[in-house]
Design a protein around this ligand. Sequence first.
Ligand code: GDP
Length: 702
Amino acid sequence: LMHLTKKLIEIRSMLLSIDQSDALKLPSIVVIGSQSSGKSSVLEAIVGHEFLPKGNNMVTRRPIELTLIHTPAKDGKIPQEYGEFPALGGGRLTNFADIQRTLTDLNLAVPASQAVSNEPIDLRIYSPNVPDLTLIDLPGYVQISSLDQPETLKEQISSLCDKYIREPNIILAVCAADVDLANSPALRASRKVDPLGLRTIGVITKMDLVPAEQGASILTGNRYPLHLGYVGVVAKGANKKSQKESLSLVAQRAEDDFFGSNREVFQRHPSLMIGTSTLRRRLMEVLESSMASSLHGITNAVQLELEEATYQFKVQYNDRRVTAESYVAETMDTLKGRFKDFTQQFRRPVIRAKLKAMLDEKVMDVLEQLYWLDKRAPELGQIAQDPKLKPEEVDPYWKHKLEAASSLLTKSGIGRDSTLLVADGLRALIDSIATGEPFTYHPRAAERLIQFSHMILRDRIGVTSDQVENCIKPYKYDVEVEPREWEAGRERAVELFENEVRLCEQKLGDIRKKVGGSRRLGNLIGYVKTLEEQQKEKAAKKLENIDGETAEPAEMPLESYRYPPAQLVDARYAMMYHDRIGILKLRLMALKSKRCRAGPQSEVFCPEAFLNVVADKLAYTSAMFINIELLDQFFYQFPREIDTRLLYDLDRKEIIEFARENPVVRRHLDLQERKDKLEEVMKQLNSLSTLRADPKPAPRRN
Ligand code: GDP
């Protein structure tokens, strides 16, 4: 039968970890008593060690769920005693002073303003000297509120005790022999919930402080009858510090001495229960029979919960199991997979096209700066159309221009710009992965992901841009152009220009629509031109009058505010696009001329074709070295960093934390765990059916 209680205590702990609902609770013994009634002394006498917090103001502030596990001797070897706080995960404490210190710390951690906390401390003690028992130590009832205790402390403790002394728990009411039972707060509380005294057991402490006759008469329980009876003890553990012997021995001796010297009194009532060992035995009997009678109800309740959990698991997850580990591994694989898909965007031809587009922009800037803004630009168009003019007869001015343009392009910091362009693409890719599912649930992992990928990028950018710059160096001095390259460059330039013309025409069209038609735009432009001329005249007049005293010339008789200012801005843009289209069209004519088609010797006439060839060469070379120095390195390093920095870095606890950050996975894990635990409890309960007499509950039908 011993076996039954032990099993049931195990089951009780498991049920407590499943949930705290009353339906799934096996009974425990709840210890209540007023301060100084000797409650701690009794508990320590049962355990055989001093381990509870002491001190003047050191009331127990949190319930202690004390589970005693009897560890029998094996092969003649007596196992070591130790305690454990499962919630703290600190392992075995073989020194009871350490247990006492931990309990003191946990109690003191409750802020003084709060005084009492409902959150229980789970303590397990394994020893060959303890019976299998579960005891709950509650804060002692306060008799007198002291000054530094909150007013409500008394009520707080009462309500905490009330919560624990509910069914099916057994109440251990500790009363001191030298205090009238009528005044015992423990008995009073017990009577409220157990008026017939069916599940209350009384412990009368300090039997040595009253005459033996008086003590014996208390134990008969005639005044306040309890079905489970009273046990009288002497549990004084005083002066134990000064002695080398263990507490149990000292206390035991004091108790034996007392009951021994009053033998004739107590033997007169053979049914009286006296002594700590009697108390232990009695508690075991009471707990066991109480647990046994709860068994039927608990088995039914667990069965019901298990059926519900099994059903939910089937319906919600189709019985698919997950583990935190599999979720983490899956997440990392998805991450790598997604990254790999995205790397398609970084294949060489794609990169080259991107770089070329960037360089085309630069070419346009150079052309605008050196040619389109040049007053002599139309000249270049004319000489291109002149079939008789030989290249060497062209004004050296244009040769000079071409060299300047080429150098402006090659020395514009291509290495850095092209590397940054690609690196930024990679950064944006990683950022988009890190901000997408499932990383929305894992902000810390996302941050690490971003951190280490940015670090790889930072490491590579310098080397790569230097390498690219180094490799395009030859183009800074001389660019050899093959006839085939020339023709390709010319065609691309034509394409580019035609595109640009289309773009400008589109913008022009948009403005026309916006201001209300081409007539209106014409008027606006005319007006802006007049304004500009006036301004010029005004400036000229100012110059003339610079020494004279003449006053400012009167404003021209022009209606101001004829048009809204925003439309004047539009008109100015329209003029700009118009001019640009004019130039582009002229240059297109040149690019399509025989002269330009002739080949690389015409480079002076067709700087656009030439610069396009240069840009293409630059893009090709940059793409090649960016590929080697940046992309290959990044693609190699990134998946490895995922493993080392995200995956292998996590210990078991962090893996679980990570998985539980995702609410979907958390719910899945919770339900799965609940089902597993209930299954285990059910299995244990069923295995008990061989140990107990009452029949197994009939299986439920759905
Ligand atoms: P608690 O406040 O209810 O936990 O009470 P304690 O266990 O701390 O005991 C209060 C005081 O009563 C302590 O000084 C104990 O030494 C003393 N005490 C406890 N049990 C006995 C006993 O059986 N006999 C005597 N004489 N003193 C006891």
